[in-house]
Design a protein around this ligand. Sequence first.
Ligand SMILES: *Cc1c(COP(=O)(O)O)cnc(C)c1O
Length: 404
Amino acid sequence: MDFDALFNSQLDALKADGNYRIFAELERQCGQFPKARSHDDDAPDQVTVWCSNDYLGMGQHPKVQKAMVDAVLAHGTGAGGTRNISGTNNCHVALEAELADLHGKEDALLFTSGYVSNWAALSTLGSRLADCVILSDELNHASMIEGIRHSRAKKVIWKHNDPEDLDRKLAALPANAPKIVAFESVYSMDGDICPMEEILEVAEKHGAMTYLDEVHAVGLYGPRGGGVSEERGLADRITLIEGTLGKAYGCMGGYITGSAAMCDFIRSFASGFIFTTALPPAVAAAAATSIAHLKESQVERDRQKQQVAKLRNMLDARGIPHLDNPSHIVPVMIKDPVKCKMLADILMQDWGIYVQPINYPTVPKGTERLRFTPGPLHSDADILHLVEALSVLWKQCAIAHAVA
Ligand SMILES: *Cc1c(COP(=O)(O)O)cnc(C)c1O
């Protein structure tokens, strides 16, 4: 059987739809972020990254770098095993304490990524709690969807950010079944933020536990970077808060926080926790340093907010439409996969601006977009350059559109 032909026919279909993914090969250079060297032949040598989830540049923060290097020199490269079999290092334990403190919870549990933490925690809760029903916001991240699917628990999807729909759906369920309401704070593609207090009120009314993904908020929101739940003073009402160490904290790994019993339960039963080698101690040490820094320091968050506002104002001044939202994410809607990719290619090749086209399946078809994430290290000149490039392309696109 010609397996490659089978593979290629599906890849060809992706290409025909404009949804085939091509990665930009970058060489990140310390001290230069958000500038990076491009290894692609048709891009300039140096490009400005406009779509990084290293939202605050913590991946190149001298304190964080030093923590990682020191820990490698002190403890070596790998953890040496799963957490159960010789893999639990002092760095993991210290990081879990840092995380529990960040969210004001009794305990925390580390995973190798945010994806794995959602997948493992939801699949364990959903499969081990008898008759459990998971109520999932319709725009939840793939990692939550996969965890719920794997749990084989009954799943009910509620309308995005709609507490009234959630209320109706909870009311229709048996009163004595354990229920989990799973949702996110900042939704990463539209940049909208959930009505957290209203959702909590509904969940509490029905005795449901709450599962909150704060992946795009930790480090960024709240006076200590504890996320939207900290900013709004709601963390103590949420059963489980999940986050990543790979985005604003600039490292890698994922976690959950909550009661000691719940963390112990997931530690004891989650396959995705038990059967995989622990994070390198140096990654844990760097993440703990990044979290501790952002608990104290406001300069990164303040400057990020300023630069986000500047970009929005300048886009408005040039009439370039972007989704209005209260977060740090600036989506410019293109609504066509081929055009979206073409614009991104031109920005990269002619302007040295790197923004990844966001196409299906990351977003629904017809909502393709360029997603900009301004950070504290984007200069005013970077912003001006971006807005100028977009204005030129907007005019060209409009002309092309009129001719077609
Ligand atoms: C990126 C992302 C994750 C996964 O986190 P990683 O640490 O990158 O695996 C989980 N939830 C949401 C909403 C995300 O955007």
